[in-house]
Design a protein around this ligand. Structure first.
Ligand SMILES: *Cc1c(COP(=O)(O)O)cnc(C)c1O
Length: 398
C-alpha cells in the first residue's frame, strides 16, 4: 500500500490499518505524519498507563540506559529485584517471573500449572477457560482463548483447554474431571467487549478450586495495574487467586509482563523457565517508575473519579441516542450499541473528525471500548464525549 511518501509493503500485512503513520505522542494525544492530532482512547491498547511519552518513562529509560541495559537473566539486577518486591508487597503473591509480553506470561502460567499438576495431582493438565476469552496469540494461549477461527488456521491446536461459560458456575463444574488442573479467567473480558465476571462467580470459582484441588489463575493483563481502580481487579472480588499474569499497563508502553504465584505454587526448578530478555533492567526500571505513580491513594481515587465521569457520560449518550447502556470498571469501559449500529463506522468517523480526530476501539460490531491513560484529566474526558456524540450523530445521518 502506498500513501503520501510511505510504502508499507515491506511490513507483513497482519491487520487492517488506516492510511496514517503516527509520529509523535504526548499524554492523551497522538500526531500523524500530516500534523493532525488525535485524542487517543486506545493508548497502545490499554498499555500507556500514564499516556504517551510521560516524563517518568523518559527519565527511567535515560538513567537506566546509562547504567545497565541487559546483563542476561543468568545474573541478578537491581530493577528486577525492586519491581518484584513491590509487586509482591501489594498483592497476595510471593514470587514473580518477568516476561516480555502478555502471551508469554500466560504461557508461563500454563507451564507452571501443568508442572504443579505433575507433582501434586498425578499429571492433571487440563485448564478450563471461558467462552469469549482472550489470552494471547502463541499456540498455547490461542488454544486457551476462544477464537475458533484462529484454531482452525493453525491446527493442530495445543491440547488441554476446555471452555466453560463466564458467570455460569454449573457450566464450569460439569467440565471438571480428574485431569483438570486449573481454571483460568479474565476478571473482565476486555477483548470480548468488556464483559465482567461477577463477584459471586469469582468467589464460587475460588470455592470449587479449593474443593477439587484446582489452581485459580487470573489473567490480569488488561485489568491489572490500577486499570479498574484497584491495583488488581481480583481484589474487588475478595478472593485470593493462586496465579496471576500481568502485561500491558505494567510497562506503561515498554514491553514488560509478569507471572506471579503464591509460594506453594512456585514449583519451577532451575531450567524450567527463562528467556533472554526476561527481567531486563531497562524495562523493569520503567516498571518501577510506573508502579510508584500508580501505587498512591490519590492516584487510585482519581481513576475511580474519572471512571465514574466516563460512565455517567456514556450513560447520557446511551439515553440520548437510544443505545444499550455501558459497562466496565474504572477506566476500562464499553458503550453498548444497538444491533443496527456499526461500531466500526463510528470509529472511522471519529478518527476523521477535523481538526482533531478521536481514536477509539471497537472490540466487535456492537460495542466501543474506552481505555484512556489512567492520569487522564476531567476536561479531556468531556472533550472525548463531545466528539463521540458528534460521531454517533454522523453515523446515524449517513
Ligand atoms: C492483551 C492481552 C493478552 C496478550 O498480551 P500480549 O502482550 O498481546 O501478548 C492476554 N490476555 C489478556 C486479557 C489481554 O488483554
Amino acid at each position: 500500500m502506498k500513501f503520501n511518501k510511505f510504502n508499507t509493503d515491506s511490513l507483513m500485512n497482519i491487520t487492517s490499518r488506516p492510511d496514517l503513520v503516527f509520529i509523535n505522542g504526548k499524554g492523551s494525544w497522538l500526531q500523524d505524519n500530516l500534523g493532525k492530532w488525535y485524542l487517543d482512547f486506545i493508548q497502545g491498547w490499554a498499555v500507556n498507563s500514564l499516556g504517551h511519552c510521560p516524563p517518568e518513562i523518559e527519565k527511567a529509560l535515560i538513567s537506566q540506559s546509562k547504567k545497565l541495559i541487559n546483563p542476561s537473566p543468568a545474573f541478578y539486577n537491581l530493577p528486577a529485584i525492586e519491581l518484584a518486591s513491590r509487586l509482591v508487597r501489594t498483592s497476595c503473591f510471593d514470587r514473580v517471573f518477568f516476561a516480555n509480553s502478555g502471551a508469554e506470561a500466560n504461557e508461563g502460567a500454563i507451564k507452571l500449572a501443568r508442572k504443579w499438576g505433575k507433582i501434586n495431582r498425578r499429571g492433571a493438565y487440563k485448564i478450563i477457560t471461558m467462552t469469549k476469552s482472550f489470552h494471547g496469540r502463541t499456540l498455547a494461549t490461542m488454544a486457551a482463548s476462544d477464537k475458533i477461527s484462529l484454531e482452525k488456521i493453525f491446527s493442530p491446536k495445543v491440547d488441554g483447554f476446555i471452555k466453560g461459560e463466564i458467570n455460569n458456575l454449573d457450566s464450569i463444574v460439569e467440565l471438571i474431571d480428574s485431569d483438570t488442573v486449573a481454571i483460568m479467567i479474565e476478571p473482565i473480558q476486555g477483548e470480548a467487549g468488556v464483559i465482567p465476571a461477577n463477584k459471586e462467580f469469582m468467589q464460587n470459582l475460588r470455592k470449587i478450586s479449593n474443593k477439587y484441588n484446582l489452581l485459580l489463575i487470573v489473567d490480569e493483563i488488561q485489568t491489572g495495574m490500577a486499570r479498574t481502580g484497584t491495583m488488581f481487579a481480583y481484589e474487588q472480588s475478595d478472593i485470593i487467586p493462586d496465579i496471576m499474569t500481568l502485561g500491558k499497563g505494567i510497562g506503561g508502553g515498554v514491553p514488560l509482563a509478569a507471572l506471579l504465584a503464591r509460594e506453594e505454587i512456585c514449583v519451577f526448578e532451575q531450567g524450567d523457565q527463562g528467556g533472554t530478555y526476561n527481567g531486563n533492567p531497562l524495562c523493569t526500571a520503567v516498571g518501577i517508575a510506573i508502579f510508584d505513580v500508580l501505587n498512591t491513594l490519590s492516584f487510585m481515587s482519581s481513576i475511580k473519579d474519572r471512571g465514574n465521569q466516563l460512565s455517567k457520560g456514556l450513560m447520557n449518550l446511551s439515553k440520548k441516542w437510544n443505545l444499550q447502556g455501558e459497562r466496565g470498571t474504572g477506566l476500562l469501559r464499553a458503550l453498548i450499541l444497538n444491533s443496527n449500529d456499526n461500531a466500526l463506522k463510528i470509529v472511522e468517523i471519529a478518527r476523521n473528525i477535523e481538526p482533531e480526530g478521536l481514536l477509539l476501539n471497537a472490540p466487535n460490531k456492537h460495542s466501543i471500548r474506552f481505555m484512556p491513560a489512567l492520569n487522564i484529566q476531567e476536561h479531556i474526558i468531556s472533550l472525548m464525549l463531545e466528539k463521540l456524540d458528534y460521531a454517533i450523530k454522523q453515523s446515524r445521518n449517513s
